[in-house]
Ligand binder design. Structure first.
Ligand code: M6R
Length: 610
């Protein structure tokens, strides 16, 4: 949440910072600002609203400035407004902040008592005043920053410019993401390497508790105790092209359509050519001895949590060990029974989700082994875990997660096969059957995608509804939850997912003509039970929207409409398939309602605060 970017070099930086902010806008988009150090002063513009609202004001900044920083905000303390937008401070010190200062109130009270005047309601502004005061007594900027960092509690990635030190910009990282981009005679910093790929492929991923001085010609790093650290420069092999919409109207749509390729590439990468073994990376054998594991605990948030639920359905029968799934925000504070024979799997697209990261730290303190399933290389969660399975799904920019979800589920599936083979809990026949089904998956997803126009037409009959229930059984139950989340996120329609068997225990009371029910009904082993659920809804004059075989007559008789979905004889792979039309359904509903698909209200892509 919140994106920050900075530049120190020889080029004019105002446009460069603005275009970097455009790439970071997925992190927060309620206000933005840019500050540059030029003409012997800090020059600042800020504006409420989307980043485009800032554009007309950039012309007032000195266009030859070559040191500056920008920020795009997701409000935590204080409403979205121009005053609360970053950067904060315009006289001696200017800062951009991503994170939350937990003790800002007590710091603010002390500063107010000293006569400081606050211009915003943010927690971040205390940093400006603290540093301002500290620089009155400590001339060395790095030392002054270290002294104030000592007083801060919480999460913070900071960019700091000091007016009378025009050669350098400083950055600090504690529990919020920050990366330094290394160039020739110029250096950068940002919340995400993606924002800098147009300029460099060389990055330094700061660790928590580090401060860096970023000059034009070099970068120096220290820990919070003042000890100098050797920068570890890594090359990131990702292209700018992957950040474009590629002709699609929205990132979300592009990402939905990327799924056949992403999944096919993963299968090709992970399943060895002999079709009888798997890439060693899946088994993380150099880091974790999976044969010692007696229990798996999956932790994640949002869509990744639903992928984790799928992980339970997939792994438990394949490994014959218990698999628990828990929301990271609960797990991190709970006194759970976990030990050194427990494997904690953190599932996360971004690798930066605060609760998931804290869960991993909590699990490590209990001696657990930790594995990440993650999409973003060098992000915080993989760096904290013993081992990582990288999804390699490519950047996901749309706030609503799509390709990352199906990719997470597929990686669970592959992990189950590989680990089950290693444990001897998967017979050769089971393995062969799974692999045969697996290779069919990408083309079946393509088939599912071919119904986009029909799905959009069907959505035309539902987009004016205010509520929607999603129902599924077995492996399709997490898909019902995920389908409901997708719909509410981008269309703002109230939607809930239920297991079919739960309907009678309460939700059926909601059924009437104004409560459409989207029923996931592929012809799997529990099909007849799903149909019985639908009979009960039908008998109460419910409106049913089915998801199943296009020519399923039983389903058609009960449903007002049927969204066609191809069939695959494996409930986990069927769940991946079923999630694709549901993504298109949510997308179409949002289009009909005219909402902002890629940047839905109140949300941000990467939830780096608790
Ligand atoms: O980056 P992560 O996978 O850890 O993110 C977890 C959730 O914040 C995320 O899945 C969120 O629920 C998405 N907006 C869902 O579409």
């Amino acid at each position: 949440m919140c994106g920050i970017i900075g530049y120190n070099g020889k080029k004019p930086c105002v446009d460069l910072i603005y275009s970097g902010l455009q790439k970071l806008e997925y992190r927060g988009y309620d206000s933005s600002g840019v500050a540059v150090l030029a003409n012997d002063k800090i020059n600042l513009v800020k504006q409420k609203g989307k980043l485009s609202h800032l554009l007309p004001f950039l012309g007032s900044l000195p266009q030859d400035a070559s040191l500056g920083m920008g920020h795009t905000r997701w409000a935590t303390h204080g409403v979205p407004s121009t005053e609360n937008a970053h950067p904060h401070g315009e006289e001696r010190v200017s800062i951009v902040h991503n994170g939350i200062l937990e003790n800002y109130n007590e710091l603010k009270i002390k500063l107010l008592e000293k006569g400081q005047r606050f211009l915003s309601e943010t927690d971040s502004e205390v940093i400006v005043h603290l540093l301002h005061d500290e620089l009155e007594v400590v001339a060395d900027v790095r030392k002054a920053i270290l002294n104030i960092v000592d007083k801060l509690q919480g999460a913070y990635a900071l960019g700091i410019m000091v007016h009378d030190h025009p050669d350098d910009v400083y950055v600090v990282k504690q529990a919020s993401p920050l990366v330094i981009g290394v160039g020739e005679g110029e250096n950068f910093f940002a919340s995400d390497a993606l924002a800098l790929l147009a300029h460099t492929k060389k990055f330094i991923f700061l660790s928590d508790g580090e401060i860096a001085r970023i000059g034009k010609d070099g970068v120096e790093i220290w820990d919070f105790y003042g000890a100098k650290k050797e920068p570890n420069i890594v090359t990131v092999d990702s292209s700018e092209a992957s950040l474009e919409k590629g002709g699609y109207r929205h990132y979300m749509l592009k990402e939905i359509y990327e799924q056949p390729t992403v999944l096919a590439n993963t299968i090709q990468r992970m399943v060895c050519k002999d079709q009888n073994s798997f890439d060693e990376k899946l088994l993380c054998s150099d880091k974790i001895n999976l044969t010692n594991i007696r229990k798996v605990h999956v932790v994640a948030c949002g869509t990744a949590y639903y992928a984790g639920m799928m992980g339970k359905y997939i792994l438990e029968p394949k490994l014959e060990i218990p698999v628990e799934v828990e929301l990271a925000s609960e797990f991190r504070y709970r006194d759970s029974f976990i030990d050194d024979k427990t494997l904690i799997i953190a599932v996360t697209q971004s690798g930066e989700t605060a609760d998931t990261l804290a869960s991993i730290k909590h699990a490590k303190s209990k001696g657990c082994k930790t594995l990440a399933i993650c999409n973003v290389p060098y992000s915080s969660i993989p760096r904290e875990c013993d081992a990582t399975i990288y999804m390699e799904a490519g950047p996901e920019i749309g706030v609503a997660s799509t390709k990352a979800f199906t990719s997470m589920v597929l990686n669970f599936y592959l992990l189950g096969l590989a680990w089950g083979q290693r444990m001897g809990t998967q017979s050769q026949t089971q393995l062969q059957n799974s692999l045969e089904s697996l290779v069919k998956l990408p083309s079946l997803i393509e088939q599912a995608l071919s119904h986009e126009a029909l799905i959009s037409e069907i959505a035309g009959s539902y987009f004016e509804d205010h509520h929607c229930l999603f129902v599924g059984r077995g492996h399709q139950y997490p898909i019902a939850l995920e389908g409901a989340l997708k719909l509410k996120e981008i269309s703002y329609i109230h939607a809930e997912g239920y297991a079919g068997g739960e309907l009678k225990h309460g939700p059926i009371a909601l059924i009437d003509r104004s409560m459409p029910v989207l029923a996931i009904a592929p012809p799997l082993s529990d099909y007849e039970k799903v149909i019985s659920n639908l009979e009960e809804i039908y008998a109460r004059e419910g409106r049913i929207l089915g998801l199943g075989l296009a020519d399923d007559q039983k389903l058609k008789a009960l449903c007002s409409h049927v969204i066609p979905c191809p069939f695959i004889d494996d409930p986990a792979l069927q769940a991946i398939l079923c999630s694709v039309p549901l993504q298109l359904f949510a997308y179409s509903m949002a289009i009909h309602r005219g909402t902002d698909v890629d940047q839905p209200r109140n949300l941000a892509k990467s939830v780096t605060v608790e």
